[in-house]
Design a protein around this ligand. Structure first.
Ligand code: BGC
Length: 744
């Protein structure tokens, strides 16, 4: 409902359509508005500020038409500043209000890496739609998500925000997120504009150190890093954010090849591009721009439509246009792109957020809490189980460890709006109606994940001795992952490994429950755990979800979206690598077993680490269930398909256990000989199948042969004829194997 008067110019425009240069009503509206704008007003639209100045000074700028968007604003002030834009600026152009709604707004979902472990696009779409509904209810119209940076390095703190290491999975889930955020149409009151980020290559930061340079050749960029972005753009993403890194020496906010050639010309993107926070002015320390004026010139010409925070546009574009260093057509195009999204969001018609009637808020609604709980259930990955799980009713539990009751940390990175008082930790879940009959003793042992004080370990052991089974909640605080929170050591931090050992020394069964922002190196901890349930920071409802899983009320179904390395020194290690000319067969060689003065070639000249072998700890796609599944009867519809064909691949999956369960069946292929070396496996499909105990189901994958295309040395995308292997299985290392030959 419209609450204020729109400035006259826009009201008239909406009523009449005015000057008609484009084809659609939207085009006509935008062209008319553009024709009324001064150069300064146009540049104002390209300026985004954070709410870190006094309200009066922000309002003065908005009134003067100097701001097109705000981020980080207190939601209770949104109508007030929008009123200034709509009713007090000359043209009354509404602001677009952005915020980092990364994995939920107030009701917090698992971090994106956790959501990715669900391999469940429908759930991911429902979860992001939940976030959009809550956010729009408070007037937020734009989120800076999804983050689609492929990440093969667990040191990088932002792996938490990623959808893992695989392009296909990231693309499928990224598109689901776009659909979830943007709903049926952007103007609906349960939709917000998505922003795919960070374009591009940011996750390949050298050494996993945030903001660091990347070196990704165009072929790899096109085969691995760009596809998830393309899928999200095809799903209709309204906006895109440039990244901080320089790739091959060119910072993303100054890269016209990425922003014009790829994004606009090849992908026909018609939304707008925003820089990352000061990523434009950071081209000065990068040594790519001489000064702030140079920054504005480079970014505008490269195709950044809106500048986040650093304000070089507002300061320098007017003179750059006068000097003809930035063509006015470039400015007009940027403004069109921005106005287009504002128009689609319905902001010109309805700039304000309505008051929500008592009891009508969707925030923390039962439905949303249930969605968050389901997401946390599906995001957990069972890594080990020697039979201690599921827990049996009547067992007395020892609840141990710093993450058993860490309401803030369980929410994970980028949870600005989640209220930790609403977090259901595992300890709190034990006090809920559903679990209050469980008998337990609680002894944290360590106060927080970095804690090294072992003085309470004797009390811990005494509690464990009085219990039937110990649940040890370990992991990472939220602050240890996320932006600028990279680590060079990703073992369990503090005295958590010692805590596990102490618990194990009692002889009682130990369930290790990890709550962390990244795949930690936990090989040294495995011997001290009879079962391991891994949760990437699971959000508001994590505690209940964890108990549901531990008690077998829910059956674990999550699969790893990222490789778990044994040692940090193995990084980067990812499932879809190319083969070397000397693939290793060797396993780890205990260094002490190497004879003195051993001959140079005695250990085999193959590609592996003497001390940690060639294999990771847990492979991509891995995850256990309380059920067991058997794959048989692989069938391919055609063993000699042509490039235009679609291959139908089927297999039978039997639940050979006595427990109903969900299996994520995965389809991988390998192109055996190519004009360039090709990955040893590539994910091309996945499906979640609920299979009742003792029953079988047929999984069917439709694989268009065109999906096997890749960019070769000439940077053309094509399918190459020849032989392919194919697997259908439970993870990237196992499965039924078939083969086919693509014919000319
Ligand atoms: C991050 C972005 C984020 C932006 C706005 C930057 O530091 O890199 O991902 O959306 O801040 O908060």
């Amino acid at each position: 409902m419209k609450k204020g008067l729109l400035a006259l110019g826009i009201a008239a425009l909406l009523a009449t359509g005015c000057k008609q240069t484009g084809n659609t009503e939207e085009d006509r509206f935008i062209e008319s508005l553009l024709s009324q704008m001064t150069l300064e007003e146009k540049i104002g639209q390209m300026n985004q500020l954070s709410f870190d100045q006094p309200l009066d000074s922000i309002k003065a700028k908005i009134r003067a038409g100097e701001i097109g968007s705000m981020l980080n604003i207190d939601p209770t002030l949104i109508n007030e500043i929008q009123k200034t834009a709509v009713e007090e600026s000359r043209l009354g152009i509404p602001l677009i209000i952005g915020r980092d709604i990364i994995h939920g707004y107030k009701t917090v979902l698992p971090i994106p890496l956790g959501l990715a472990a669900s391999f469940d696009p429908q759930l991911v779409e429902a979860g992001t739609h939940m976030a959009a509904t809550e956010a729009r209810e408070e007037g937020i119209t734009w989120t800076f998500a999804p983050m689609l940076d492929i990440s093969r390095d667990a040191r990088w703190g932002r792996i938490a925000e990623s959808l893992g290491e695989d392009s296909y999975l990231s693309g499928e889930l990224g598109a689901a997120m776009v659909r979830g955020f943007q709903g049926k149409q952007l103007s609906d009151n349960d939709a917000i504009a998505a922003c795919v980020k960070h374009f591009v290559g940011y996750g390949a930061a050298e050494g996993g150190r945030d903001y660091n340079s990347t070196y990704i050749p165009e072929m790899l960029l096109r085969n691995v890093y760009l596809p998830p972005f393309q899928k999200a753009i095809e799903a209709g993403a309204a906006t895109l954010m440039t990244s901080f890194n320089d790739n091959n020496g060119v910072p993303a906010s100054g890269n016209d090849f990425l922003l014009r050639t790829v994004l606009r010309n090849e992908w026909n993107f018609d939304g707008f591009v925003v820089s990352d926070w000061c990523s434009m002015s950071e081209m000065i320390p990068h040594g790519f721009a001489a000064d702030r004026k140079d920054v504005a010139r480079i970014s505008a010409n490269a195709g950044v439509d809106m500048e986040m925070v650093s304000q070089t546009y507002i300061d320098h574009l007017p003179e750059l246009v006068t000097e003809k260093k930035v063509p006015i057509e470039t400015i007009d195009e940027a403004v069109r792109n921005i106005l287009r999204i504002k128009y689609r969001l319905g902001l010109f018609e309805n700039p304000y957020v309505d008051d929500v009637e008592e009891g009508m808020s969707t925030i923390y609604s039962d439905e949303h809490l249930q969605t968050a709980r389901r997401a946390a259930v599906e995001s957990a990955v069972l890594l080990k189980n020697n039979g201690v799980l599921p827990l049996k009713p009547g067992q007395t539990l020892a609840i141990i460890g710093p993450m058993a009751n860490a309401p803030h940390d369980q929410l994970g990175t980028w949870s600005f709006d989640g209220d930790k008082n609403r977090t259901v930790t595992p300890l709190k879940a034990l006090q809920s109606e559903e679990y209050k009959q469980v008998k337990y003793l609680y002894e944290a042992g360590l106060d927080y994940s970095r804690d090294t004080d072992t003085r309470n370990f004797e009390r811990v052991k005494s509690a464990v001795r009085r219990a039937d089974v110990a649940l040890v909640f370990v992991g990472e605080e939220a602050i240890l992952s996320g932006e600028a929170h990279s680590l060079s050591n990703i073992n369990l931090i503090g005295a958590q490994s010692e805590l596990l050992k102490a618990v194990k020394s009692t002889g009682k069964p130990v369930v290790m429950v990890v709550i962390a922002g990244r795949p930690l190196t936990i090989e040294r901890d495995l011997p001290y755990a009879d079962a391991i349930l891994y949760n990437f920071h699971p959000g508001t409802m994590g505690g209940l979800a964890i108990l549901d899983l531990l008690y077998g009320k829910e059956n674990p179904s999550g699969k790893l979206p990222v490789t778990f390395v044994r040692e940090v020194g193995q990084i980067p290690m990812y499932y879809n690598h190319n083969n070397t000319g000397r693939p290793a067969h060797n396993q780890i060689i205990p260094l002490k077993d190497i004879p003195l003065e051993a001959p140079q070639t005695s250990l085999g000249n193959t590609s592996f680490y003497l001390d940690s072998g060639k294999d990771p700890l847990f492979v991509f796609g891995y995850g256990l269930s309380y059920s067991t599944f058997e794959y048989t009867d692989l069938n391919l519809s055609n063993h000699e398909p042509k490039a235009g064909d679609t291959l139908t691949v089927t297999a039978t999956i039997k639940n050979t256990s006595r427990v109903d369960g969900t299996e994520v069946a995965q389809l991988y292929v390998r192109d055996l000989v190519g004009s360039i070396t090709r990955p040893v496996k590539e994910l091309k499909g996945f499906q979640r199948l609920f299979i009742k105990a003792g029953e079988s189901q047929t999984v069917t994958f439709e694989l268009p042969i065109s999906e096997l295309a890749f960019y070769g040395r000439d940077l053309q995308k094509r399918v190459e004829a020849g032989q392919f292997d194919l697997w259908v299985g439970p993870n990237s290392a196992e499965g039924l194997k078939g083969s086919f030959t693509v014919t000319e």
